[in-house]
Write a protein that binds this ligand. Structure first.
Ligand code: COA
Ligand code: MG
Length: 288
């Protein structure tokens, strides 16, 4: 699975922002037809995204298109407009049931078969951002076309009637529900947007906290956020070196018949090895 440390949104009708996004070295670019595109700009967003998919070189960045939610009435026109120009994936917002993912997956599979693209190569990322979405995530997360679950903090707060705070304690349960479901189904968990895009310190702190609790990436909305977020979700040199030492010493201790052993005054056993392997996998995915 590709690395998605930062997923940058821009309104799909904003050519200037899309053209800029391909120069930023960001892991994922998400051209939006949903809430970032005004109601009277939906058609323009579809046409602009199509033009971008045809004309722009996205380099190593992933090219994603976010459709409107299944049931909004716009979703079919959205997905049918962009699919022929082969984005790397489709983002479905406000997912609340397995059927909604299956609806999109069928349409995508038809396009894959029709165009001779490898079946299942075009991925789905879902936005889970309502109370129902969190409750049903256990079933939804099992869908085989999924790569990632994106947690929408602002929408979720609105869904449960919570007041958003900087500490985001009101979101902790749902964020952890997303992390757990993703871990159980081998998916990537992507964290909330820091909407105060001028506050670099807050962004760094929120990114580092997200990484600590198990998110592998974060949604962003401004070019200034790319580097801070991608760094926060890349294991540090020290973390990588320590993980390597655990992997090496663990193998040696197993040979000696010891399941648990001491390293630098700390106990190391199987769960620490698993975590170390995850760190190394993340570092590798991030090109380190
Ligand atoms: N993607 C790519 N480029 C972006 C961008 C984005 N999300 N946001 C801003 N830029 C560009 C601007 O076009 C500008 O480019 P320029 O220097 O070439 O003129 C530069 O970055 C600086 O932008 P700035 O003036 O600081 O931002 P702004 O005041 O124009 O816009 C926002 C602020 C928040 C309105 C804007 O960043 C935005 O629309 N973000 C995306 C919102 C979105 O998609 N929401 C839905 C999903 S949550
Ligand atoms: Mg949302």
């Amino acid at each position: 699975m590709r690395s998605r440390r930062a997923l940058l949104y821009m309104p799909g009708d904003n050519w200037k922002m899309i053209a800029k996004s391909v120069t930023l070295g960001v892991d994922s670019i998400c051209m939006d037809m949903e809430d970032g595109a005004a109601v009277n700009k939906k058609a323009e967003a579809r046409a602009t995204i199509v033009k971008a998919l045809q004309e722009l070189d996205f380099g190593a960045s992933e090219k994603l298109a976010r459709i409107n939610s299944v049931g909004s009435g716009w979703e079919r026109d959205d997905i049918e407009a962009v699919l022929p120009f082969r984005p790397d994936g489709i983002v479905i917002p406000k997912v609340e049931s397995c059927e909604q993912v299956e609806w999109a997956s069928r349409i995508i599979e038809d396009a894959e078969l029709k165009n001779g693209w490898q079946v299942n190569s075009l991925r789905i990322l879902i936005g889970v951002e309502t109370a129902k979405g969190i409750l049903n995530l256990k079933e939804i997360a099992a869908h085989p076309r999924l790569d990632a679950v994106i947690f929408g903090g602002e929408d979720f707060a609105a869904s449960i009637g919570a007041t958003r705070t900087k500490e985001a304690l009101e979101l902790l349960y749902a964020r952890q529900a997303v992390i757990v479901a993703c871990a159980a189904h081998d998916l990537q968990a992507l964290d909330i947007v820091t909407i105060d895009y001028k506050d670099a310190d807050a962004l760094k702190a929120e990114s580092e906290f997200g990484a600590r609790i198990g998110f592998v990436g974060k949604q962003i909305i401004h070019p200034n956020q790319v580097q801070i977020v991608q760094e926060a979700f890349t294991p540090s040199d020290e973390a990588i070196a320590y993980a390597r030492r655990i992997v090496e010493t663990f193998a040696a201790s197993q040979k000696e018949g010891k399941g648990a052993y001491a390293l630098d005054g700390k106990m190391i056993d199987m769960p620490l090895l698993r975590n170390a392997e995850k760190t190394l996998a993340r570092a590798k995915a991030a090109g380190k």
